[in-house]
Design a protein around this ligand. Structure first.
Ligand SMILES: [Zn+2]
Ligand SMILES: [Zn+2]
Length: 158
């Protein structure tokens, strides 16, 4: 994965519908398509003036308005570190696992928040209006993913 982050500018991370690779794009009303580096598949995008201001109201990929907020944590890195620490634990009498646990705590507290589209799983970093987006809601997720329900950006209240 390429690191193309610019300070304070929203980035969009899409998953290629053909090969599953990550595609990074910056919002720009002139870019109507994102091209996958791996398989050259093109994905349609619709950016508006909000996106250029790092404001997320509509998904540029699927045009839906429902997002949730999550810590920006890379699970793959976590799994690899855990395997390494587990192997080292044999030689270090478990100390490596404690080090990993501490490392995890420090790393986790420094992570930023990302917004994720319920419908197409596009990931948005450096979103200015992140406070207006709610945490993951299982009921909303089930209704969007399994019955195609569109909440149009409204949080489900109980
Ligand atoms: Zn691809
Ligand atoms: Zn979407």
């Amino acid at each position: 994965m390429k690191d193309v982050s610019k300070e304070g500018v929203m980035t969009v991370h899409l998953t290629c519908s053909e090969c599953g690779s990550g595609i990074h794009v910056y919002p720009s009303q002139s870019s109507k398509k994102a091209t996958c580096d791996i398989c050259h598949n093109e994905m349609d995008l619709t950016f508006n003036a909000d996106h250029e201001e790092s404001v997320l109201k509509d998904c540029p990929s699927c045009k839906r308005k429902d997002f949730y907020v999550q810590k920006d944590f890379n699970r793959k890195v976590g799994v690899v570190l855990f395997i390494i620490a587990s192997i080292l634990a044999i030689y270090t009498y478990g100390i490596s696992l404690i080090v990993l646990w501490l490392f995890d705590l420090i790393l986790f507290s420094k992570l930023g928040n990302v917004a994720i589209c319920y419908n197409c799983q596009a990931i948005f970093r450096e979103v200015k209006n992140i406070e207006s987006i709610g945490p993951f809601n299982h009921e909303m997720n089930d209704r969007i993913v399994y019955s195609g329900h569109d909440f149009k950006g409204k949080q489900l209240e109980h």
